[in-house]
Design a protein around this ligand. Structure first.
Ligand code: NAD
Length: 476
């Protein structure tokens, strides 16, 4: 592994330190193009995997401290996806790195063409708080697999995990290869002023716009993994119990703070009562039959901050004040950052809960009669990151898939597409630009360099004086 040393002045995050780290990483770019080869990248990935194994207990503790994330959810949704990314990259990296031959075209017979992925150089990763380890280290796997140096800014809203990531990276990589810069929006803005070769941002659409504007100044390429309202549609042919199990898990895991959580559910009126009953049963099964005891469930997370808990409390209060009906849950204790798994009905389009990304354990259930109206409503809003369809009929799901636009579609399941390393993970329009995971992540951090070699020269034909033959050929 290349070890360009960076001068790290003290521990305080300041502009000078950021500039020094960046300069050191930039200085190593030319060397790394050669020395950070296949074997060295494998070593880097193995070191990251070993660090995850070694620090597993610390990771679980950090996420418990940040928002009471259940240990099993940490293993399943934070550590496992990163380890999967590492294992998948190690298995396929040789093929991903190999230059691809491209067949010659008629006009360029006598040449040899290939596409060679090259590292972009020095990349910036900005991570959110909701899966603070997974969404910081997952992109890091892709960036290292592609041969880059990385500056990584974890979210300040998950401070224990941010500190953990900083120490895990510091003991695993030299800062000339990977450096963690902790801090808030001001630190992120300082980072964004630097001429990175690629910026990989995961977070809200509002900050995504700021990141893209900053990238425009340096013409850095961007991957934007954003959010939005992801709908679920439960059709007339759905199995309500199966749908309820997936929807409840997708919505209440991580207390709803998941970018691809089903934000709200449209359910065909003929199965609406059965779906609501099944959702209530599912909440009771997962988090306890006694609603007042659910806050003590070891499998239910807290809201990340008092501000977000207040926001969710206000969403429920304002909706019910305007006529919405709480079917289950509804209790919130913002001081303890607890919001109960909540089902609400009779929401209207003008309510805040219908307009902003809920990002918490509040599920509006909307009965529909006419699927066209549901599709028109989805089409009228920003394109969702994920869209879920539940129905036994494949043609129902296929028709919705064809008629709507979204980052991904889950059929008779929720969230699981995130775990498939072979699928591109990303949004469209306001839910994001570009894709992550596996080979798609590798390509996000690579430049596809076109290489054309003259093998046996027919090109003199191109040069003047233009012969009658050339004059005929260019008209073909
Ligand atoms: P956020 O946009 O508030 O913050 C994300 C990161 O941006 C943090 O590291 C933060 O410090 C930084 N940041 C904040 N203000 C900034 C500024 N002015 N300039 C530069 N950087 C700034 O998002 P969040 O609250 O951490 O996460 C929640 C959002 O992220 C939701 O919208 C969710 O849907 C989305 N999300 C998307 C994905 C995905 O993969 N598509 C995954 C998780 C979360």
């Amino acid at each position: 592994m290349p070890t360009a040393d960076a001068p790290v002045a003290g521990t305080a995050v300041d502009g000078d330190r950021i500039a020094a780290l960046f300069a050191a990483q930039r200085q190593g770019v030319a060397v790394r193009r050669v020395s950070f080869d296949y074997a060295a990248r494998l070593v880097a990935l193995e070191r990251l995997r070993d660090a995850l194994v070694r620090r597993e207990a610390d990771i679980v503790a950090a996420l418990a401290a940040d928002f009471g994330k259940p240990a099993t959810e940490v293993l399943l949704t934070e550590i496992l996806p990163v380890r999967q990314e590492i294992a998948h990259a190690r298995r396929h990296l040789r093929r991903w790195m190999r230059p691809r031959r491209v067949r010659p075209t008629l006009g360029l017979i006598g040449t040899a063409a290939r596409v060679r992925p090259e590292p972009k150089g020095v990349c910036l990763i900005i991570a959110p708080w909701n899966y603070p380890l997974n969404l910081a280290l997952g992109p890091l796997v892709s960036a290292l697999a592609a041969g880059n140096a990385v500056m990584l800014k974890p979210s300040e809203l998950a401070p224990a995990t941010s500190t953990l990531i900083a120490s895990l990276i510091a003991e695993t990589f030299p800062p000339g290869l990977v450096a963690v810069v902790e801090g808030d929006a001001a630190v992120a803005e300082r980072l964004l002023a630097l001429p990175f070769d690629h910026i990989f941002f995961t977070g809200s659409p509002a900050v995504g716009r700021i990141v893209m504007a900053a990238a425009a100044r340096t013409l850095a390429s961007v991957t934007l993994e954003l959010g939005g309202k992801s709908p679920a549609i439960v059709g007339p042919g759905a199995d309500p119990r199966k749908a309820a199990r997936w929807i409840a898990w997708g919505k209440f895991a991580n207390a709803g703070q998941t970018c691809i959580a089903p934000d709200h559910v449209f359910v065909h009126r003929s199965v609406a009562d059965r779906l609501v009953a099944a959702l209530e049963a599912e909440i009771a099964r997962a988090y306890g039959a006694d609603p007042s005891a659910r806050r003590h469930s070891p499998d239910y997370a807290r809201i990340v901050s008092r501000r977000h808990a207040d926001r969710l409390h206000d969403l429920i209060e304002s909706a019910t004040a305007a006529g919405a009906q709480v079917l289950a849950g509804g209790e919130a204790d913002p001081v303890a950052r607890y919001v109960a798994p909540t089902l609400i009905a009779r929401t209207t389009l003008d309510m805040a809960v219908s307009q902003e990304e809920i990002f918490g354990p509040v599920l509006p259930v909307i009965a529909y009669d006419d699927l066209d109206q549901v599709i028109a409503r989805i089409d009228a809003g920003p394109k969702p990151l994920a869209l879920y369809v539940f129905d036994r009929s494949r043609s129902f799901a296929e028709a919705i898939t064809a008629r709507t636009s979204s980052g991904a579609v889950g059929i008779n399941l929720t969230l699981a597409h995130f775990l498939h390393v072979g699928l591109p993970f990303g949004g469209i329009g306001q839910s994001g630009i570009g894709a992550a995971h596996g080979e798609h992540g590798f390509r996000a951090f690579s430049h596809e360099k076109a290489i054309l070699r003259d093998r046996f020269s027919v090109t003199p034909l191109l040069f003047p004086p233009y012969t009658p033959l050339v004059q005929r050929l260019v008209r073909l």
